[in-house]
Design a protein around this ligand. Structure first.
Ligand SMILES: Nc1ncnc2c1ncn2[C@@H]1O[C@H](COP(=O)(O)OP(=O)(O)OP(=O)(O)O)[C@@H](O)[C@H]1O
Length: 205
């Protein structure tokens, strides 16, 4: 099933950030969002993940199919790595956490409390969560922040395997992941910046 965005407008602080955005994400496809800081990548991804309403337009094929990973990792600090993955497996009704431990080289950290992990290790656990969701559409906001070179390679491998299984991925990133992917530059969709002067939105502060 294709995830499709049509004539989408999204806002922060009540004012439009992007307007007229359209794309289709096919099974097996990765789409990389590009755009300078503040262009609206996070805002667009949050809308696609259903975390905020859209101002206008349509998103089809997202409902109950998206796994979202972003800056806030949502880890449970007082649970171990294994317990965190088992928790999400229960939430999403899946069973296997072994593949997630393998993919992000987490076996050596399996019994560590998530709260005691380094930033990069936390990020690896947050990304491993994607695998236990069993969801076909990965929506990822700067997934490689804090990752070392080896972990970036593990991540790229995990995305490739996901695509081979018929999954898809929408990824905002400033780095080249070495993936075969379509690039969507969001710059042409930016709403007039002058209308945004003074906007703020406590919900995101
Ligand atoms: N709480 C807020 N209230 C008002 N405006 C906000 C708020 N949070 C973000 N913005 C503005 O919304 C715009 C889009 O932000 P967004 O985080 O989507 O950009 P981005 O492309 O993901 O940037 P980056 O590459 O820096 O992560 C920016 O101009 C930002 O300053």
């Amino acid at each position: 099933m294709t995830l499709r965005a049509t004539d989408l407008a999204v806002a922060r602080g009540g004012l439009p950030v992007l307007t007229g955005v359209g794309f289709a994400l096919e099974p097996g496809q990765a789409l990389i969002l590009r755009g300078p800081n503040g262009a609206g990548k996070t805002t667009l991804l949050r809308a696609v993940a259903g975390l905020q309403p859209v101002l206008a337009g349509r998103i089809e094929g997202a409902e109950d199919r998206v796994a979202y990973a972003a800056h806030a990792d949502g880890l449970k600090a007082m649970l171990t790595v294994t317990e965190n993955l088992a928790f999400w497996a229960r939430v999403f009704g899946t069973k296997d956490i072994g593949a997630a431990l393998d993919a992000f080289d987490l076996h050596g950290l399996a019994d560590r409390l998530a709260g005691t992990l380094s930033a990069g290790q936390k990020r690896r656990l947050g990304l491993a969560r994607l695998l236990v969701t069993g969801r076909p559409v990965w929506v990822l906001d700067e997934p490689t922040v804090s990752l070392d070179t080896g972990a970036v390679a593990l991540f790229a491998d995990a995305v490739r395997a996901h695509l081979r299984r018929g999954g898809s991925a929408l990824i905002a990133t400033h780095i080249d992941l070495g993936l075969e992917a379509t690039v969507l530059d969001i710059a042409p969709f930016r709403a007039n910046a002058t209308t945004r002067a003074g906007a703020s939105d406590e919900a995101f502060l």
